[in-house]
Design a protein around this ligand. Structure first.
Ligand code: ADP
Ligand code: GLC
Length: 486
């Protein structure tokens, strides 16, 4: 089996639907596989932005109601500009809703998410089974996060393709009341502790981790961490049980979208050997965000979902201190309402020194990566993290906590790492205000030493984060899954 055919299943995909890193990965990894001439197709719900982007998508299958609570649906075929084939799962009662794919306008989970993503999982499995309405059949079905992780249950009970479940964030598990089981057409005998049942609920992610042929997560360190109670969100014992089936494959960076030498969002382009123009981006960012045009102090940037995970409560605690370093802070984020209020208040207290934009703004995210001097990401856990890699590429050394993908990509500045040219950022061991404060002081001192800072920037910018390596590792994973299928 030299070229396995792959169905890549996702609940979001940049640039059309994106709430976080999964959207970026779902755009870049299948594209990298397609470039390497693998037969890969992406299955994704036909949300309004996708239907608008592909008005010429053609109906390739009509799906009858597959279970009592699942409406009929259709599969539409389309292709991205690069020719990557898409299968859009069109079911207007489930997916024709504006805004965030998971939340209602009040920020709560949509009440029927179990059905909505039950359908996605059911169809993903079906396309890997003999009963598929398509002539094309994948050798392996690649599920991503809880929204499609239930697919291996049908493949397990009814037979079909090999399956791989990738965990992008184990904190989100998709746990629902038991009556979902018959509603989405799973057999009654699937209600077992070693199948879909999890503490009296039906758990999408637990089912996938239990029943998929092979498992992966998005960094080697996170693959270890989630086997530990402190990171496993209750699933550590199961992951220890399946440790032999679990791999950690570090995400890459889409270098066509994230390249400071050719980024349409920026005020000025630059590269590792042309760093001077980065200063123009700082000035432009200060102007855009209403910060004083100070050149004598570092500007720290944040682009993030505002959640407990990201450790930004520490930045809130240190806000005033940052202005006294002295340094500036530019924040772009959205999420937790209390945290949003905290950042808004900080910006009001320190006008000109701290600027905050609440919301989701892709272009501003690029300008912060380019215009900030250093990037703050003190996450409590971070399965991979893409922003620290974008920061490295943009010559904006990240300040991170040693966890998950942050530990696998950011190398703390010290004599040894400067000597071997790996030093590229600032790493703290624990998510405490004190440790972060020491790192901010250290980064500020280093920034004032122009030659030293330049070396740190260069080390980060020269590191190769392209998707080709990861895509290669996924192909190995697919082949192993096909070989391991019972
Ligand atoms: P996570 O997936 O946990 O949110 P990642 O670092 O893997 O973290 O990916 C986050 C992605 O979402 C990045 O592409 C980042 O630029 C983007 N992002 C997060 N918040 C915002 C925002 N408020 N505006 C624009 N982009 C954002
Ligand atoms: C999740 C994780 C993040 C990771 C992303 C893509 O959202 O929180 O760390 O980079 O998935 O794999």
């Amino acid at each position: 089996m030299s070229h396995p055919s792959i169905l890549f299943v996702t609940s979001e995909m940049a640039p059309w639907v994106k709430t976080g890193g999964l959207g970026d990965v779902a755009a870049a990894l299948p594209a990298a596989l397609h470039r390497a001439r693998h037969d890969v197709r992406v299955l994704i719900p036909a949300y309004p932005p996708l239907l608008a982007a592909f008005p010429q998508a053609s109906v390739v299958a009509e799906l009858p109601a597959l279970a009592p609570a699942l409406p009929p649906a259709r599969l539409l075929a389309a292709a991205t500009g690069d020719g990557l084939p898409l299968l859009l799962l069109d079911c207007p009662p489930f997916y024709a809703r504006p805004g965030n794919p998971y939340l209602d306008p009040h920020g709560h989970d949509q009440a029927d998410n179990g059905l909505r993503f039950g359908l996605l999982s059911r169809v993903a499995a079906l396309l890997g089974q003999p009963a598929s309405p398509l002539a094309w059949r994948p050798d392996v079905v690649h599920l991503n996060d809880w929204q499609s992780a239930l697919a291996p249950a049908w493949l397990h009970y009814e037979g079909g393709a090999a399956s791989v479940v990738t965990v992008h964030n184990i904190a989100f598990q998709g746990n629902f009341a038991a009556d979902l089981l018959p509603a989405i057409g799973l057999p009654a005998h699937a209600w077992r502790f070693d199948s879909v049942e999890y503490h009296g609920q039906l758990s999408f992610l637990k089912a996938g981790l239990q029943l998929a042929t092979l498992l992966s997560t998005v960094s080697p360190t996170y693959a270890q961490e989630i086997q530990d109670e402190a990171f496993g969100y209750g699933l550590a014992p199961l992951l220890r049980h399946r440790a032999g089936a679990l791999r950690g494959i570090l995400n890459g960076v889409d270098t066509t979208l994230w390249n400071p030498a050719n980024d349409p969002a920026l005020a000025a382009s630059y590269a590792a050997n042309r760093l001077a123009a980065k200063r123009d981006n700082k000035r432009a960012l200060q102007l855009e965000m209403g910060l004083d045009a100070a050149a004598d102090r570092p500007l720290f940037g944040v682009v993030s979902r505002l959640t407990e995970q990201k450790g930004l409560d520490l930045v809130l605690t240190l806000g005033e201190g940052i202005t006294q370093l002295p340094a500036q802070l530019a924040v772009l984020g959205s999420g937790d309402k209390t945290m949003e209020a905290g950042f808004r208040e900080l910006a009001t207290r320190f006008p000109g020194q701290i600027a905050v934009r609440l919301g989701f703004d892709e272009a501003l995210a690029h300008r912060i990566e380019a215009g900030a001097d250093a990037f703050l990401m003190p996450s409590r856990f971070e399965p991979c993290g893409l922003n620290q890699m974008y920061s490295l590429r943009y010559g904006t050394p990240p300040i991170v906590r040693a966890t998950g993908g942050l530990a696998d990509t950011v190398v703390d500045v010290n004599d040894a790492t400067l000597a071997d040219k790996t030093a590229n950022g600032f790493v703290i061991a624990d998510a405490t205000p004190h440790e972060l404060w020491l790192a901010l002081e250290r980064a500020t001192r280093s920034w004032h030493d122009r030659k030293l800072w330049h070396r740190i920037q260069q080390n980060g910018m020269r590191r190769d984060f392209s998707w080709e390596h990861a895509a290669h590792d996924y192909v190995t994973l697919y082949r192993d899954a096909i070989a391991a299928r019972p």
